[in-house]
Ligand binder design. Structure first.
Ligand code: SF4
Ligand code: SF4
Length: 343
């Protein structure tokens, strides 16, 4: 039988973004009747590539998950944000097919002066309980130590985190670990081991952090990662066309704010889409529905910031899946993605 070249089967497995969510979800599955089933969905039309996905689906419970992290104005006049990400590097030394930051398609990094400027400016308007410096692969940034030092100075009461695949840690200068230790940074190592990456390398990274006395934890990203978009057989990321209420309900990135180009985004997914379209690695016509989103700027008042961040579903949520769709951990062949070799 002739196969349709515009169609692709994508195997999707049950999994979760991190260990915390893993344990929470395992508990929920026991308590609230999650159903793990195998289904086939057909997506297409409205000018989108016709993409077929064969999926193992973890169905959501009937009860919608609310925006759990309410944002409020603190006594010091700033808006409280539980968690905020800053991508300091766009490229990565890995090419994970499921990367929600589209790093296999991207390259480059953010200048430390820009990051410090954004932190200084937004530090007058927001407090974030956790600030996560990530990418891409943050250990590709030559000024990581300085960025950590400045983040710690500007947000002395925030917990700093770095999310990394850990594979570059054997090359990191001891002086960088000293800065991480002093700033009490927690390094979250995303385990992307599998056929392409031996688990031994991930263990070595954890051992380095342990020996350097740097706080750390392991995240099971190799088996626990969900789709934020779908892909054609040529590995082109394309959006879903979902019911926005259902997408919002299923979303587990809703509490994940993102500071990019001195703008504050309601979620990191919209920030990564906007940035990737701007860089020309995502198609603006395919992702048009996400580009209507307007992030917060420094002109926004604290009231506007709080209202914006507390908003539930927005039209742009239609780009996201209606269910948690957990995807296989695999590395894209370099010939298929063209960019993303790191800064
Ligand atoms: S390790 Fe994988 S998922 Fe993480 S930023 Fe790099 S390519 Fe993306
Ligand atoms: S666009 Fe909506 S559904 Fe998608 S990640 Fe952001 S908040 Fe979640």
């Amino acid at each position: 039988m002739m196969s349709n070249p515009n169609r692709v089967d994508i195997s999707i497995h049950v999994g979760l973004h991190n260990q915390d969510r893993e344990s929470k979800m395992q508990a929920s599955m026991g308590q609230s009747g999650f159903v793990h089933s195998t289904s086939t969905f057909h997506y297409g039309s409205h000018g989108m590539p016709n993409v077929r996905m064969s999926q193992n689906v973890l169905q959501n419970p009937a009860e919608p998950r609310q925006n759990t992290a309410r944002h409020y104005i603190r006594q010091d006049g700033r808006v409280n944000i539980p968690y905020c990400e800053i991508d300091i590097v766009h490229g990565c030394n890995l090419r994970c097919a499921q990367c929600s930051h589209f790093s296999p398609y991207r390259s480059g990094l953010v200048a430390k002066e820009d990051i410090i400027d954004w932190l200084e400016s937004w530090g007058k308007k927001i407090h974030s309980d956790i600030i996560n410096l990530l990418g891409g692969e943050p250990f590709l940034h030559p000024d990581l130590a300085e960025i950590v030092r400045e983040s710690s100075r500007i947000f002395p009461n925030s917990n700093l985190e770095i999310t990394t695949n850990g594979l570059l840690l054997p090359r990191v200068d001891f002086a960088v670990f000293e800065v991480l230790r002093k700033a009490n940074v927690k390094v979250i190592v995303s385990d992307h081991s599998g056929n392409d990456i031996p688990y031994r390398q991930v263990l070595d990274s954890m051992n380095i952090l342990r020996k350097q006395n740097v706080q750390h934890m392991l995240r099971n990203s190799n088996r626990l990662w969900h789709a934020s978009c779908r892909w054609t057989e040529d590995n082109v990321p394309v959006p879903f066309q979902s019911n926005l209420r259902r997408a919002w309900t299923a979303c587990d990135a809703k509490d994940c704010k993102s500071l990019v180009d001195n703008k504050l985004y309601k979620c990191s997914i919209l920030a990564n889409i906007a940035k990737s379209v701007e860089e020309g690695v995502l198609s603006s016509s395919l992702w048009q529905a996400a580009l209507t989103y307007k992030p917060l700027t420094l002109d926004s008042t604290v009231d506007e910031i709080a209202v914006h961040l507390n908003t539930n579903e927005i039209p742009e949520c239609s780009n996201c899946p209606e269910q948690l769709l957990f995807v296989e951990n695999k590395q894209l062949p370099s010939s298929r993605v063209g960019r993303g070799e790191g800064p």
